[in-house]
Design a protein around this ligand. Sequence first.
Ligand code: SF4
Length: 239
Amino acid sequence: MKSPLAANELNSLHQSLEGTAPQEIVRTAIQLFGDQLILACSFGAEDVVLADMLFRINPQGRLFYLDTDFLFPETFVVRDRFIQRYDLQTNQIIPMKSALTPEEQAAQYGEALWLRDPDQCCKLRKVDSLTKILRHYQAWITGIRRDQSPTRASAKIVEWDTKFGLVKWNPLAAWSWDQVWTYIREHDVPYNELHDQHFPSIGCTHCTAPVLPGENLRSGRWKQFTKTECGLHPVKQAD
Ligand code: SF4
């Protein structure tokens, strides 16, 4: 898809929003894209902050989540608390499932694909679903923060997503983990209780482990592999 904003316009927007409060960035995204904007929500700490901001500013806003069939039960508890708290309708909280059931995946690709080829497993259960939903939107919001990992260090506030062909907003790019948690506590935002059990980053049950104090916040994901991303966000090094 062609960007509704030219590259230099996106860059100017990014520069003008650098240092702006995330709520204002979300507000700007809503003003520019309206119902062509959607939030990608894993119900992790960053995403619940963004969901709270989104629904406070636009109670008709939309989010989607990737239901891989391997999510923790605690993730669905947060989802249900969001539905209740923000009175969300079914068209506002969209589950995206893989085209294959776990059984069909095992029959076609073998058992426990995540142990042998997690990139292929993430493609089948996450990336393909993401591609499918983003096709219907002009812009998406993500919870990327620059200090999450070296591969996210150069994330802009707003940028063109070359992989999926739409505008990508990263309102929390400049925030720290502490700022995220301050917001959650100050606004009493529902959050995944696994965060209280040393799981700073939460994905599928097969590929998420707790982390030790001082370890990178995403180091509990795909612990036995060098893999650091699902394929939703490009792996790029800091400029
Ligand atoms: S996180 Fe693991 S189980 Fe989930 S889709 Fe990726 S490889 Fe498969």
